[in-house]
Design a protein around this ligand. Structure first.
Ligand SMILES: Cc1cc2nc3c(=O)[nH]c(=O)nc-3n(C[C@H](O)[C@H](O)[C@H](O)COP(=O)(O)O)c2cc1C
Length: 473
């Protein structure tokens, strides 16, 4: 008999008032406004660890959402990802009160030098005893570019090319600069570190020059677990080379499966096994003790949803709230004469009215269920077995209500069905997710630098499919 696939359970979080469920922070009992208190994060960490979650996933942006209505005012009024704290700094507080909970934290490859990030990531992997994961993003906000000295965004595919060199530097530092037995703490001979086991990396690339050695000794995982969210051809190629956990979407089972297949093919092209990449979907799960209770909760969330929040989040260059409801979104944009940067995210074929209604109604993504614990568990089993996901990022509508409801009502049902990991022996995040140790597998590109090998052998450039978005710009 084949073993039942077990769900990877992550909570989707961000250190701000309104992350992705806009308009809901003022609901009674919602703790979102406490995001700047250490206690918010320690309380949440305990709920998640006691409640059977594998990890908390922390999103991040480094600029304001100021495209909609030509300024940041709407985002500020809505609490839309601003103010927003640095998520890396939150991890030690949550780690201090937990033993197993993992952390997937977003950091951008585009604006800060790799040596500085290598140090912070290694520090966090040490302090968490190997529970640190990194969500690799290249950042999409034009304002982020202006915060870091650029006039505007670097083109999409070019950002992935730059990120590829960025990761190359990190791998040299994390995997190759120090041997496992470099730190000896030999009191008698008074040697802390054996200098013959530590080396410069002397990276000289197109964008970065980094001498090394790494300033932090090897942590339990060395390279943090690598997360990435993508769907584009360039992003898929990049994920095939680097990512271990991929967030990818799809409106239907077929679409999701096709995205997954593309990504697995990209992994195999890069010398990895298809099973080296796991797939996580953002999921809406609203659960109640009865169908009615669940429906009431969902209705409450719909009634309070903020259209302004969603439109500002989409960085829409056009104010659709003032456009005629019966024309298409594409036509409304065309009439405004504005350029659309993030077209793939928008359903251009819908009428303005349909789009606005769907925002309030909560767009029904494929991974969306409202119901009793039994209905929810049935649906999650379908996502695992039919769609082929490996896990979910649980989207929050109420903090801590969403996580508490899931822990109280859904986790016991999934446990009964053998769908959650109960083995507590794995303590590093990578071992928990893949069950084969703390380190990256030998087939991963980072492994080429182990023992200080290959520092001067360039990695082949990523080959993006023709028709990408601005690789050579
Ligand atoms: C679940 C999920 C979480 C994401 N979190 C972040 C984030 O925290 N910060 C960020 O800049 N982008 C985030 N993104 C956006 C991705 O980094 C990326 O820009 C997006 O998936 C499009 O990638 P693509 O252009 O390669 O298809 C997230 C996307 C998804 C689906």
């Amino acid at each position: 008999m084949t073993e039942k696939k077990q769900l990877i359970l992550n909570l989707f979080e961000m250190a701000c008032i309104s992350h992705i469920s806009h308009g809901l922070w003022p609901l009674p009992g919602n703790n979102r406004h406490r995001f700047d208190e250490l206690e918010y994060w320690t309380e949440l960490a305990l709920i998640l660890e006691d409640g059977g979650f594998d990890a908390v996933f922390l999103a991040d942006v480094i600029g304001a959402y100021d495209v909609f209505r030509d300024g940041p005012e709407t985002a500020l009024r809505e609490g839309l990802q601003s103010p927003n704290l640095d998520p890396l700094l939150i991890v030690p507080a949550m780690a201090a009160v937990t033993k197993r909970l993992g952390f997937g934290v977003t950091f951008s490859t585009t604006y800060e030098p790799p040596f500085a990030f290598a140090r912070r990531a290694s520090t966090l992997d040490h302090l968490t005893k190997g529970r640190f994961g990194w969500n690799i993003v290249t950042s999409y906000l034009p304002n982020a570019a202006r915060n870091f000295g650029l006039d505007g965004e670097i083109p999409h595919d070019r950002r992935y090319e730059l990120a590829d060199e960025y990761l190359d530097v990190l791998y040299k530092l994390w995997e190759g600069s120090w041997d496992d037995d470099a730190v000896v703490y030999d009191r008698e001979r008074r040697i802390a570190t054996d200098p013959s086991k530590v080396r410069y990396i002397d990276h000289v690339g197109e964008t970065h020059r980094v001498a090394g050695p790494h300033i932090v000794h090897p942590s339990r995982q060395r390279t943090p677990v690598l997360f990435q969210a993508t769907g584009s051809p360039a992003g898929t190629e990049f994920a095939g080379r680097h990512a271990e956990l991929v967030f990818t979407g799809g409106r239907t089972t077929e679409e999701f499966r096709a995205n997954k297949r593309n990504m697995q093919e990209a992994a195999v092209r890069n010398g990895r096994a298809a099973e080296d990449v796991k797939f996580i979907a953002s999921a809406v799960v609203v659960v109640g003790r009865t169908e009615e209770e669940a429906a009431d909760k969902w209705r409450l969330f719909q009634e309070h949803a903020s259209i302004d929040g969603y439109l500002a989040h989409a960085s829409l260059p056009v104010d659709l709230t003032t456009a005629p409801r019966d024309i298409s979104v594409a036509e409304a944009i065309e009439r405004s004469g504005k350029q659309l940067d993030r077209a793939p995210m928008l359903p251009l074929h819908l009428t303005v009215g349909q789009l606005l209604d769907s925002l309030v109604g909560g767009r029904r993504e494929r991974f969306h269920v409202v119901g009793t614990p039994k209905v929810v568990a049935d649906e999650i089993e379908r996502w695992l077995d039919v769609d082929g996901i490996d896990g979910i990022n649980l989207r929050q509508f109420h903090s801590f209500g969403t996580a508490q409801d899931f822990a109280e009502l859904v986790v016991p049902e999934l446990r009964r069905r053998g769908r959650l990991q109960t083995d507590a022996s794995a303590t590093s995040l990578r071992d928990r997710l893949f069950g084969r140790g703390d380190r990256l597998p030998d087939t991963h590109i980072a492994a080429r630098y182990r023992g200080g090998a290959n520092f001067d052998v360039p990695v082949p450039p990523l080959r993006f499919p023709v028709g990408g978005q601005g690789a050579a710009a």
